[in-house]
Write a protein that binds this ligand. Structure first.
Ligand SMILES: Cc1ncc(COP(=O)(O)O)c(C=O)c1O
Length: 419
């Protein structure tokens, strides 16, 4: 029986089931980082939004071909990369983009930092919808701009935009741009056309630009559809899109990304600035990896999405049946899962102790994304299912054992174990 089970299991083994050796050089598992952020190194790293999977074969081959040429002379961008980005968006999202409106950038955050500087002055406000990807705060504040927070609200267990709050703030505060995250990291919403329509409408009325970070656009599950802000009617004068194949294909270290700016004036302005800083040379690794991903990576991505959706379904079932203490927000997109521990009524310290020291997991604390969200954790699930299952078994064991509050008297709650 065991032999038959093994054969059956082998047959259904996916390429994503392979557990690869963890490299200390990778940020996700680097012991110095883990120690600095979590105070422990014996933890399963499920924090940064990186995959534990090998990237698609065509990308591997493209990289190997470049490396083995052994001549690394100047090589000019032929524009082929923009055609590949444009074709991919049409194929995957039925989105028609003009290859002439792209600007190559070396990373998504670089692009956001650049746009913020072009579209606003020091002291101006940039709106974000919290909880949101924590680097948004840094990219805004380090440019001398003010973060204006528009908190997302939970309605019937689902995160939604608070349009009344957006409009009130656009009317009364000096806001020059809305930094949108679509799909939204960390809560996993994929904004609908109706929501985007409303947002564009407000941007047009109050003359602000929507900077739409669409880095997670290709990781969307079967019940949802991704809509780019560029697909919204009458958006062209008030948007700038930022995209990248990095999250989709797990190639974050080959820094890359692109801006798509349909308004000609803003496009010229940004292109000039990027040109004057010589940032538009791009990297030949980036360009080749992007072309390989977008022209030959679709089959791999389709398999990845099936695998991730299976993982998400397993997690939701497990949490619903075995961990009633946790509320889960099943994502419509992204490979992050947003977990709410507030029913446990633990102090911030006790929750961190439970997750890090007892369950031995390195998850991203919710307060990175919104200061008040100390009862939330984000888990990155782009790992072999076996590893994710193990993480949840560890979490359940720790919760069943009860929180060991002896480490900190102040953290004591009714959920402390009696040990
Ligand atoms: C929403 C979002 N934008 C940007 C980034 C970072 O992009 P890059 O490394 O290209 O700057 C991330 C990484 O997790 C992200 O989640």
């Amino acid at each position: 029986m065991e032999i038959i089970d093994n054969i059956l299991n082998k047959k259904t083994m996916s390429q994503f089931d392979t557990i690869h050796t963890v490299e200390n050089n990778f940020a996700k598992s680097n012991s110095n980082y883990l120690k600095a952020m979590f105070g422990a190194t014996d933890v399963m790293p499920l924090w940064i939004a990186d995959m534990d999977f090998e990237t698609a074969k065509p990308i591997q081959e493209a990289m190997q071909k470049l490396v083995t040429r052994n001549i690394y002379a100047y090589e000019f961008n032929t524009g082929e990369v923009f055609q590949a980005i444009s074709d991919w968006n049409y194929k995957r999202h039925q989105l028609k983009l003009n290859p002439k409106s792209f600007v190559q950038i070396s990373g998504v955050l670089t692009g956001i930092g650049m746009l913020i500087r072009e579209l606003s002055k020091k002291g101006d406000g940039i709106m974000v919808q919290t909880p949101v990807y924590h680097q948004f705060f840094k990219v805004i504040e380090s440019a001398g701009r003010k973060v204006i927070s528009n908190k997302l609200k939970v309605v019937d267990g689902n995160y939604q935009m608070d349009f009344e709050d957006i409009e009130r703030k656009l009317k009364t505060l000096n806001i020059k741009a809305i930094l949108l995250c679509n799909p939204h990291n960390p809560i996993g919403r994929v904004w609908t056309k109706e929501e985007l329509n409303k947002l564009v409408n407000l941007a047009n009325i109050y003359n602000v630009t929507i900077i739409s970070d669409e880095i997670h656009s290709d990781i969307v599950y079967s019940k949802s559809t991704f809509n780019s802000i560029a697909s919204i009617d009458n958006s062209e004068n008030h948007i700038a899109v930022i995209g990248s194949p990095a999250k989709t294909f797990g190639m974050q270290s080959i820094s890359n990304g692109y801006l798509y700016i349909p308004n000609e004036e803003i496009y010229k302005q940004v292109k000039n600035t990027i040109g004057s800083l010589y940032l538009d040379h791009g990297s030949i690794h980036s360009a080749n990896a992007t072309i390989a991903a977008y022209t030959k990576g679709e089959e791999w991505l389709n398999s990845l999405l099936v695998y991730l959706e299976k993982t998400m379904n397993w997690i939701t079932n497990f949490v619903e049946n075995e961990l009633p203490e946790i509320t889960i927000y099943k994502p419509e997109g992204t490979y992050q899962i947003w977990l709410d521990f507030s029913k446990m009524e633990l102090s911030e310290k006790a929750l961190k102790h439970l997750v890090i020291n007892q369950a031995k997991l390195a998850l991203t604390p919710g307060d990175w994304f919104e200061k008040s969200h100390t009862q939330f954790m984000r888990m990155n699930v782009a790992s072999p299912l076996e590893k994710i299952q193990q993480a949840f078994y560890q979490l359940k064991q720790a919760i069943d054992d009860g929180v060991d509050c002896s480490f900190n008297e102040e953290a004591k709650t009714d959920n402390c174990c009696s040990c």
